[in-house]
Write a protein that binds this ligand. Structure first.
Ligand code: AMP
Length: 372
């Protein structure tokens, strides 16, 4: 789950793609149960919103059926308007047919009622309505809805065919309107030794953000011989990643300790795809999100030298042994580097050249931070 921005508004997942699948299956099952054997129903989808639902519905129906669409404009912006403007569709002869109207969502029911009246006057055998979603609190008509997938509160939703001013129809899940995130949350990314810690220390001051370095938190715990420290030590000493569940719980606790923060610089987290997903979900629960992943790009050979140099003074056991350092790169290349694709797919990845003086690199990073 993740907060999505469409135009000027923010949306948060309400019904997952998997849940929708289950709802559609159940709807189809119920519709089929009520049909006479050998009956070929005519489904009428109400455009635009229902095209995704209708497509999934008839594939799931998996038996002879026909489908046609009617179109009318009923939504503008985020509130439904009362006057149905236009109805386009159905030229075929539907006398004697069983017609099932497919709706993506029914709220006031005004548009549906109009369509229903039109079909009722056409001498058909039976007329039914199946709606994926239904808002009982705002429904104002007497018309009986034969099949309802799921009742929803009266919130504006997008996704799975539904849009906000044209955007969002292609989202596989359904999202509801939420408040604008208040934080600036940045994942500072890059291989070990790329300079994330140094830059984060400078940037947190400049942008008034809280810097969370999971490596530092682990080292603090190791130094203080806490339970977490004892557990993490063996992984860290070998240059392996600490297990996800341990790291994710620790990260959440660190964020929760700073609930008034203007935002966070995450340094060394996430390092696996499941950490990245957990972070998105955790932030979405707080109506927050990752504004961007900013990656310091530096070649590996240069970094091994840099880390060995750092090992002379850092006191870090994992900075002195070249084999362990190579293993950290191996962990990075096999488990962490793919996160670039994860954030790129969200349109949230920003690469920055990590070679140069500290000031130069801060400058380059600041240019990205400013626009996030
Ligand atoms: P760092 O200071 O970020 O280079 O982290 C040092 C070591 O701490 C890593 O090599 C891992 O063993 C462990 N560690 C830090 N962050 C994470 C994370 N997000 N997931 C798993 N292990 C981590």
């Amino acid at each position: 789950m993740k907060i999505k921005k469409l135009h000027d508004l923010y949306f948060k997942e309400l019904v997952s793609a998997n849940e929708i699948k289950t709802i559609v299956k159940t709807l189809v099952k119920n519709v089929r149960q009520d049909l006479d054997e050998n009956e070929v129903p005519l489904f009428i989808g109400i455009l635009n919103g229902c095209f995704v639902f209708a497509a999934d519905f008839i594939r799931e129906f998996n038996n002879d059926c026909e489908i046609s669409f009617v179109k009318l404009a009923s939504y503008q912006g985020t509130s439904s308007t009362e006057n149905v403007k236009k109805l386009i569709g159905i030229d075929e002869d539907i006398t004697g047919r069983t017609v099932i109207i497919l709706e993506d969502i029914i709220d006031t029911g005004t548009t549906l009622q109009e369509i229903y009246e039109i079909f009722r006057s056409k001498n058909i055998k039976e007329l039914k309505i199946a709606s994926l979603f239904f808002k009982p609190d705002v429904y104002r008509k007497e018309l009986h809805i034969n099949y309802i997938g799921k009742n929803l509160e009266d919130k504006f939703i997008v996704g799975y065919g539904l849009d906000y001013n044209g955007l969002g129809r292609n989202l596989p899940a359904v999202y509801q309107l939420t408040t604008q995130p208040k934080m600036k949350n940045i994942v500072l990314f890059g291989p070990p030794g790329a300079g994330k810690g140094t830059q984060a220390t400078l940037l947190k001051e400049k942008y008034d953000l809280v810097h969370i370095s999971t490596g530092d938190v682990f080292r603090f715990n190791i130094k203080n011989k806490t339970e977490l420290g004892v557990l993490a030590k063996k992984y860290i000493d070998a240059g392996d990643l600490v297990p996800d569940n341990v790291t994710i719980d620790m990260l959440k606790a660190e964020v929760n300790k700073n609930s008034d923060a203007a935002g966070f610089i995450f340094d060394g987290f996430p390092r696996t795809e499941s950490q990245a997903k957990a972070l998105d979900e955790f932030l979405a629960e707080k109506n927050e999100r990752i504004n961007g992943m900013v990656a310091l790009e530096v070649s590996e050979d240069l970094l091994v030298e840099r880390i060995l140099e750092r090992g002379k003074t850092s006191g870090r056991s994992d900075d002195t042994d070249e084999e362990k350092i190579r293993n950290r790169f191996n962990e990075y290349n096999t488990k962490t580097a793919i996160l670039k694709d994860f954030y790129e797919a969200q349109g949230n990845f920003y690469g920055v050249d990590g070679i140069g003086s500290i000031e130069e690199i801060t400058e380059r990073l600041s240019k990205v931070f400013d626009k996030l």
